[in-house]
Design a protein around this ligand. Structure first.
Ligand code: IMP
Length: 197
């Protein structure tokens, strides 16, 4: 049985494949199914979007599918940008646009605490899905630092570290990140299921 990673985000794919041991499963990605349309992420929660991505890709490909929906939740902004993290600065905006907007919104805030959160959804080919999540607490700094990673990485310092996700080695981010923590849980909670595929 094949497992499809339900994303066309190359950064995410690279991280998921570096973090998770798929133990002999044949792993494909949405790039291998160019005819399957992009999933419209129109739900109001990370969980809603993760399930939608996993279910639509599983049903379209006839394979099991694993999806990740992640967001940055900033305390002083009441959890924003959250589920809207990808298009915080508007439709079709860049990572740089989002970072500029985040710095602007936080300009007069003393509380810079934030967390990244990932919800993973795993769907069978019929569209029956289950979820689990991981989070990484930290803070937002006042200027961009570092060039690794993607998205809000240059502005986020994870708790217990002095460098941003964009300054830390990928190997370190991939041990402590929201995505890593969710995948570490998946390795335990979904081990039997995945090894039976
Ligand atoms: P989605 O899960 O593809 O909807 O991701 C939403 C957005 O959250 C991305 O476009 C990034 O801006 C941000 N994001 C998700 N994961 C990360 C990460 O690991 N580092 C930095 N930004 C991230």
């Amino acid at each position: 049985m094949k497992l499809v990673l339900a994303t066309r985000n190359a950064h995410k794919l690279e991280e998921i494949q570096a973090i998770f041991d798929f133990q002999g499963l044949e792993v494909l990605s949405a790039f291998d199914f160019p005819d399957v349309p992009d999933v419209v992420e129109d739900k109001e929660t990370l969980e809603g979007n993760a399930v939608k991505k996993a279910v639509e890709v599983a049903q379209a490909t006839g394979c099991w599918a694993l999806a990740d929906d992640s967001g940055l939740e900033v305390a002083a902004l009441d959890g924003a940008p959250g589920v809207y993290s990808a298009r915080y600065a508007g439709d079709h905006c860049s990572y740089a646009d989002n970072n500029v907007k985040l710095l602007k919104e936080l300009a007069d805030k003393d509380d810079r605490s934030a967390q990244f959160r990932t919800v993973l959804a795993l769907s069978d080919p019929q569209g029956k899905a289950q979820t689990l999540e991981g989070a990484c607490p930290g803070k937002i700094i006042e200027e961009l630092r570092g060039t690794n990673g993607f998205g809000y990485d240059p502005l986020f310092i994870p708790e217990g570290h002095s460098g941003t996700f964009a300054e830390l080695d990928a190997a370190i981010k991939n041990k402590i990140s929201h995505r890593a923590r969710a995948l570490q849980k998946a390795a335990v909670e979904w081990a039997a299921l995945l090894s039976s595929l």
